[in-house]
Design a protein around this ligand. Structure first.
Ligand SMILES: Nc1ncnc2c1ncn2[C@@H]1O[C@H](COP(=O)(O)OP(=O)(O)OP(=O)(O)O)[C@@H](O)[C@H]1O
Ligand SMILES: [Mg+2]
Length: 492
């Protein structure tokens, strides 16, 4: 019998008084903020999923697209207490029916969902300063753990998708791990430790003033496991992979844009760097442009007005080595953090020494022909043969021939796969193949020595020479040239 205005005013007054005396304050985090999805809502949901125990009465279960795991969540209108730095806070998941649809640019869900965070007024500063950041970080960790890795590619040749991204992604489900990778165990351990140090090295990189990134150059003959190594690295660290197709990039500025659109905790891969682009000599302008087939490709694409902001490279649409080095090494390489660059090549001697000098690629990893320790790993993985199960004499014979045979792990795994049901037969056939190959190599080695007087060198030693051959003088000349090129770019 009160007029509605009076009733409304009294409720408002009551609320005011209540809030004055209440020692709590409340924050609403709605699922949809205006028309945008509220990132914080999703983060809180994920974060709470990690603190909710499976013993709760009612939990919501979700499984995201691309995910192989389930997440638990707080059910509708349920609440949970969380503790942060000794402070208790209460989270409530509030779900209400949305009133009749008002006009909106996109259809809204029928339910209005949100979290309400209740905290003591005296703890407000603490929560706002660090609790929410902590939740965001934790949520992205959980997301990474639950979600499969993503493999990104720039194969669309510079065009953007509907959200303005130059990268396309697919779930990355490569089963290669460091356990399945056949290589010298000592070398493997070194790489794993290096990766682990990198991933845990935030404060180190900060303290030393270095950008938080690391470069690996994988080189060696085809089929020795370079691509498998990259997959193993991604699976080990839980990073996404960006597979950069250089032949699809038209100029340095496009390369830079691609880099800026990569996320942290990722591996940026350029496979077969010697083939995809001719980067051998920056002094010779003719050589710096991309190889012939690509230029042809370009002239077609250019017609479509793809490129735009060319940085003054000849023709405006080529990648230069300096551009690539800037990409991995320059100021732009540190937008974003915790990134690993991996280049692979079959011919390290074809690469420009500037790419090889220390500081550019932090670790050069030679993937060699199958050695005896690597062979033992393959036997274990493919046949389930432990070392002790094999006859002493066979092991000894394998050890003797495997190095001379110079077979790649890919070749050996082919032989093993063929007879994987019959262990003995598989090992026998492998030994036979290895012997034939070893004999062939020995013969051709003799022939080569006889005819050409050339001593056959170990592959690794060749590569080493390629690395050693860079004299410091050449190096600085190249550096200077690079700078000149950059200056020219700037002037233009
Ligand atoms: N070191 C290895 N350990 C285990 N499997 C290997 C290894 N090397 C090669 N393989 C097997 O051989 C196949 C080819 O290997 P991979 O693609 O990794 O070689 P690659 O060095 O990248 O060759 P390319 O130079 O031609 O790209 C893989 O599917 C893998 O099963
Ligand atoms: Mg490969």
């Amino acid at each position: 019998v009160f007029p509605p205005e009076l009733r409304f005013a009294s409720v408002k007054l009551f609320n005011r008084i209540f809030h004055c005396f209440s020692s709590y304050c409340y924050f609403d985090i709605t699922e949809i903020d205006g028309v945008n999805t509220n990132e914080l809502y999703n983060a809180v949901q994920l974060y709470l999923s990690s603190s909710v125990s499976i013993t709760g009465n009612r939990l919501s279960l979700t499984r995201a697209v691309n995910s192989s795991g389930f997440t638990f969540g707080l059910a509708n209108n349920d609440s949970i207490v969380d503790t942060f730095n000794g402070v208790n806070v209460l989270w409530e998941h509030v779900v209400t029916q949305r009133q009749a649809q008002t006009f909106s640019w996109r259809p809204l869900p029928d339910e209005k969902r949100g979290f309400t965070l209740r905290i003591k007024k005296k703890d407000k500063a603490l929560v706002l300063n660090s609790y929410l950041d902590y939740i965001m970080e934790k949520a992205s960790d959980i997301r990474r753990k639950n979600q499969d890795r993503l493999l990104y590619t720039n194969s669309r040749g510079g065009s953007l998708d509907s959200r303005g991204h130059p990268w396309e992604s697919v779930p990355f489900k490569h089963p290669s791990t460091f356990d399945t990778l056949a290589m010298d165990p000592q070398k493997k351990r070194e790489i794993m430790e290096d990766l682990q140090d990198f991933a845990n090295g935030q404060s180190f990189y900060h303290k030393t003033g270095r950008a938080w990134k690391r470069g690996y150059l994988l080189y060696g003959p085809p089929g020795t496991g370079k691509s498998s190594m990259i997959a193993a690295m991604a699976n080990y660290l839980g990073y996404d992979i960006y597979d950069l197709e250089l032949t699809e990039v038209h100029n340095n500025s496009e390369l830079r844009k691609l880099l800026m659109k990569t996320s942290s905790k990722s591996i940026i891969v350029i496979e077969d760097i010697d083939c995809s682009i001719n980067l051998t000599n920056r002094n010779n302008k003719g050589n710096t442009s991309v190889s012939a087939s690509r230029s042809y490709y370009d002239s077609e694409l250019r017609g479509g007005g793809g490129g735009g902001g060319g940085c003054g490279e000849e023709g405006g649409n080529t990648i230069t080595l300096s551009g690539l080095l800037n990409f991995t090494d320059g100021l732009w390489s540190c937008c974003g953090s915790e990134r690993i660059f991996v280049f692979t090549t079959n011919h390290i001697e074809k690469l420009d020494p500037a790419l090889l000098r220390s500081g550019r690629m932090d670790m050069h990893i030679f993937m060699s022909y199958c050695s005896f320790p690597a062979l033992k790993i393959l036997l274990k993985n493919y046949l389930g043969c432990e070392e002790c199960e094999l006859e002493e004499t066979i092991l000894k014979q394998l050890e003797e021939v495997v190095d001379v045979a110079r077979m790649t792990p890919a070749d050996i795994s082919e032989v093993l796969i063929k007879n994987r049901r019959k262990k003995e037969k598989a090992v026998e056939e492998l030994l036979e193949t290895l012997k034939v190959r070893a004999e062939m190599n020995e013969k051709s080695g003799v022939l080569m020595r006889g005819e050409n007087g050339v001593e056959e060198e170990e592959e690794e030693e060749q590569e080493k020479r390629a690395l050693d051959s860079e004299s410091p003088k050449e190096e600085s000349e190249i550096e200077d040239n690079c700078k000149e090129e950059e200056e020219e770019e700037k002037v233009k």
